[in-house]
Design a protein around this ligand. Structure first.
Ligand SMILES: NC(=O)c1ccc[n+]([C@@H]2O[C@H](COP(=O)([O-])OP(=O)(O)OC[C@H]3O[C@@H](n4cnc5c(N)ncnc54)[C@H](OP(=O)(O)O)[C@@H]3O)[C@@H](O)[C@H]2O)c1
Length: 341
């Protein structure tokens, strides 16, 4: 056996652990691809929607304050519009003033709800998030719903002005910092407060890793995105436990594969090959809005949701199950990077 391993290494100049890892990654990605094709497309949404109960989306929520990040485009825009349609006061968090103002005016016109406001914040910056949280605290209003939606899949390694890998900065550190700083405002809306984090089924393809900023030299943006989305699911599980007595529900979710500006830009081949089979942004936002409207007793805090139902956090045979044990170490790193006490 050792002889065989030695000959294999000489011939192909790769080690058995490297080969095993390569095969495992390939298996996980293939399993995710097949599972996704069967479940995440538009035809799957139409099939799943046969079990939806229309009355669950009829609740009106005037007087509830909802903050949606990345609200000028795609799923975030559709979420903000859906919440405004149901009478909520909605705060759009956008990084770009013009795009934010365009979304604000479109939502006000379409819904007739004037209680829609714009907050400018670059969620890749801890400093900017701190400033938003401090501005928002001064309003002294309870926050009923925080939707952590803003996200990117960046194919190249880009470093932010604060020195972080960009997708990690937005998807993970931004989500973590925003959530931790907003918890006191959500407590004011207790017991009906909730935080919904828009993760992705892409996380099925990877375990939780402590390598948060992709230290390997060959940067793989799609893999880094999947890793980020896995962290969001594990963080949500941990927040549910940490804050279980604070009257806040924590949910992560997958919107399915939706045809959004983000997908068209980051995954052009995927977008073209599934043309006509992708969900609309509204279909992607459906479960986010559903999670915002349901009585909390119906929901499982810490759970991962898809198409209005709790979904597994791991695919069978993908060997990712035990990985969430690393979450405390991940949180220690995040707390330190965000300089939170
Ligand atoms: N579409 C899908 O199939 C799919 C599948 C699984 C998960 N998701 C998740 O769904 C969420 C929304 O994605 P989407 O598909 O709707 O993409 P999108 O159309 O690109 O929307 C992303 C939003 O996030 C904002 N954003 C990005 N970086 C930001 C930053 N640094 N600060 C503030 N805002 C920032 C964008 O603003 P700009 O317009 O200024 O860039 C935009 O409003 C993401 O978390 C994504 O991972 C999407």
């Amino acid at each position: 056996m050792l002889q065989l391993q030695f000959e294999f290494q000489i011939r192909f100049s790769i080690t058995i652990p490297t080969l095993t890892m390569f095969l495992l990654k390939t298996w996980r990605q293939s399993a995710f691809g097949v599972y996704g094709y069967l479940n995440f497309t538009k035809p799957a949404f139409l099939e799943h929607s046969k079990n939806f109960k229309p009355e669950e989306m009829e609740t009106q929520i005037p007087g509830k304050n909802c903050l949606v990040t990345g609200a000028n485009s795609g799923i975030g825009y559709a979420t903000a519009e859906g919440l405004a349609q149901r009478g909520a006061t909605v705060y759009l968090v956008c990084r770009n003033k013009e795009r934010g103002e365009a979304a604000l005016s479109q939502i006000q016109t379409k819904t007739g709800n004037q209680n829609v406001h714009l907050e400018i914040c670059d969620l890749s910056s801890v400093t900017d998030i701190r400033s938003l949280a401090s501005r928002f605290s001064k309003k002294n209003v309870p926050l009923h719903v925080l939707v952590n939606n803003a996200g990117v899949l960046e194919q190249n390694r880009v470093t932010t002005s604060e020195g972080f890998e960009l997708s990690f900065a937005i998807n993970v550190l931004g989500t973590y910092t925003m959530t931790e700083l907003m918890v006191p405002l959500l407590e004011k809306a207790s017991p009906d407060a909730r935080i919904i984090t828009v993760s992705s089924g892409g996380m099925y393809s990877t375990p939780l890793t402590k390598d948060l900023q992709y230290s390997e030299s060959n940067f793989n943006g799609t893999e880094q995105y999947a890793r980020n989305k896995r962290v969001q699911v594990a963080l949500t599980e941990n927040w549910a436990e940490t804050y279980k007595n604070r009257g806040i529900g924590f949910y992560s979710m997958h919107p399915g594969w939706a045809d959004t500006p983000g997908v068209a830009k980051s995954l052009p081949s995927f977008s073209k090959s599934l043309a006509g089979k992708l969900r609309t942004s509204e279909e992607g936002a459906d479960t986010v809005i559903w999670l915002a409207l349901q009585p909390k007793e119906k929901l499982v805090s810490g759970g991962f949701y898809f198409d209005r139902a709790e979904a597994p956090k791991h695919l069978s045979f993908n060997a990712t199950n035990g990985s969430h044990a690393a979450i405390n170490s991940v949180i220690d790193s995040l707390r330190s990077l965000a300089s939170l006490s």
